[in-house]
Each structure stands twice: as C-alpha cells, then as structure tokens.
Design a protein around this ligand. Structure first.
Ligand SMILES: [Zn+2]
Length: 343
C-alpha cells in the first residue's frame, strides 16, 4: 500500500456534500489504534501503520465477509460515549478539511447496547461530537435489516426521539440480499408518519426492483442504488429508472466501496456515469473511509481519472446532494451558495 497520494489542492477544495458515510467505517486509523489500545482489545496489527495495511488488505480481498470483519473491531473500539463523541467530531472535521460544505453521517446506535452503551447515550454522544465541528452536520440512525422487525422498530423510535435535535433520517443497513425493505414496512411507516427523512440502502447487493420498492416505502434517497442500471440495460425494466426519476429520488453512490464489496467490477465500468447521463439525481460518496482507505477527494479524483465525468459533473452532483440533504433549509441553501460560488 502506498501512502495517500497528494492531489491538487483544487480538488480538495472542490465543494462536496457528504451524504453517505458510516461513522463506524470512517475512523482515523490512529484514533482506532489508540481506542483499541486504551480498552485493552487485541489488535490485529502491532501499530497504527500496520493496522491501516490490515484494513487495506481486507478491503481488497474481494470478499464482503473480510470487508465486514473490520466493523466488529471499530464498534468495539467506539463503545464508550467519550470514544463516540471523539469519532463523530473527527469525522466532521475530516470532512470539512476535505472540502465538505455539508455532511450527514450514519451509524446503528443500537449496536453499542451489547457493549453496555444504551441507544440514547450513543445518539447523544455522537450528536455532541458532531456539534463541536463548525461544519453543518446531521445524524442518520441506521437499523440492521437482518434483525427482526421489532428491533428495526425500536431503532426507528430511537431516531424519532431525536428528530429535530440532530437526527435527520432513518436508514436500513447491513446485508441487503434476502432482507428487502418491505420486511421492515412497519418500522418505515413510523418514520414516514412522523415526517423524518428516510434513506435506505437498496440496489447494492440486490436488483433494481428493490430500489423502487424502497422509494415506494418512503425513501427519498437510496444508499448505492447501483443495480438501478438493470433498468437501463433491459428495455423491459426501463420503467424502474423512469419511476425513480419521476419521484425525484436521489442515489448516494459509493463507487470505490462498490468495487471493494463486489457490487461493481471497477470504477471505470461503474454505472454511476450511465445513471447520471440518463438523468438520475445522484452524487458520489465514501461509504467507509477506513475500510476502503480513501477520502472524498480521492473518490473525486478516481472518478475524474477513470470515468468520462468531469469537474462540472462532480459540482452538479454536489448541488443535487445539497438539494436532497435532510438538513434544515438554511444549511442546504448555504451549501448551494458555496457550490455556486466555486470557480
Ligand atoms: Zn453504506
């Protein structure tokens, strides 16, 4: 693994809107090392540099199981309110330094219960960490979709308790295949009825039909949605793409992460370009900076280097992302103004 290459400062400063990043997938490696060490947790590597190498090797192992191994480690390391506050603050600061003008971060707070931190304490620590940064941010509460619906309902109620106080949306994360959003319809109804934002992971490991299903259940944004491209490749399924466009649903696309988890073969052949050219509202995101060993600037650089997309496309995507953010309108307007001022 080479150290992070230095990109032209222009690309770092290019205004970005970060909508899809998991806090337990985006820790600074040095922070993770310190937290594991403090808590006396066995490390898979002797120092921070080798820990970064371990994540890099797992990300490139071509296996979702290997990729996910890292999350057990990060969740355990983050399992105290102080650690969560630190990780949330650092994520917001990293995004700000990486050109973000607005950012939404996500995590499943109930994952920390088995480590002794109640959901409320987790949400409050994360919100307090985010609030310490000057970057306008919001928190998305994820529920794990492989769990019974009673658990996703509990996560939805937790999210609703903090609606208007920093929690901006609800999400279903985890293994998509075999767990369609309809399995959690009652949890999604709670969110919809309360008017909380909803973004659902869909069309990452499953087909285009799941993207439309998620939209019909109330998702205004979709995590990944890459398989919506089925609707461009198969004329019989074109209506799926049309429905997503007509509903004004926005896709939070994470090209490098998709390559690492096997959802796409390469960034060069990733459907992001085809979907964008077809008129689908979408933007590009990091998903898991630690596991995928990348920054938002590097994701931008990769898209410019490996796809036909140009800087104007990335800027237009950022504007689409700002319009579809779940943050209050003042934050969205401010982000749009920063994007419009770019030259
Ligand atoms: Zn994700």
């Amino acid at each position: 693994m080479e150290p992070h290459p230095t990109f032209p400062d222009r690309l770092r400063r290019l205004p970005k809107v970060l909508l899809h990043e998991h806090l337990d997938g985006g820790l600074r490696v040095g922070t993770l090392y310190e937290l594991l060490h403090e808590r006396g947790i066995a490390l898979p590597a002797p120092d921070a540099a080798s820990l970064a190498l371990w994540f890099d090797a797992n990300a490139h192992a071509g296996s979702l199981v290997k990729y996910l191994e890292g999350f057990a480690l990060t969740v355990e390391a983050m399992s105290s309110p102080a650690a969560m506050e630190r990780v949330a603050f650092e994520a917001a600061e990293d995004a700000r330094e990486d050109g973000a003008v607005l950012a939404e971060f996500r995590i499943a707070p109930l994952l920390f219960e088995s480590h002794g931190v109640p959901g409320e304490a987790a949400v409050e620590a994360l919100l307090s960490g985010l609030a310490k940064s000057s970057l306008p941010t919001g928190l998305i509460v994820c529920a794990m979709r492989h769990l019974p619906v009673a658990e996703t309902e509990r996560a939805a109620r937790l999210a609703l308790r903090y609606q208007g106080r920093g929690v901006v949306a609800f999400d279903l994360a985890g293994a998509e295949f075999g767990h369609p959003p309809s399995e959690h319809a009652s949890a999604l109804k709670l969110v919809r009825d309360a008017g909380l934002g909803m973004t659902l992971h869909a069309g990452e490991a499953d087909a285009a039909e799941r993207v439309v299903e998620a939209a019909r259940l109330g998702a205004r944004r979709i995590g990944h949605g890459v398989h919506l491209v089925d609707g461009l490749r198969d004329p019989a399924r074109r209506a799926l793409v049309d429905e997503i466009i007509e509903r004004g649903v926005h896709l939070e696309v994470c090209p490098t992460s998709n390559v690492h988890t096997g959802a796409a073969k390469s960034v060069a052949t990733h459907p992001i370009t085809a979907l964008w050219r077809a008129g689908v509202s979408l933007s590009y995101h990091t998903d898991n900076r630690l596991m995928s060993f990348l920054t938002h600037t590097e994701e931008a650089a990769t898209l410019l280097a490996e796809t036909p997309l140009v800087e104007e496309d990335l800027l237009a995507m950022a504007a689409e992302a700002a319009r579809h953010s779940f943050l209050p309108s003042a934050a969205r307007e401010q982000a749009l103004a920063a994007i419009a001022a770019w030259n």
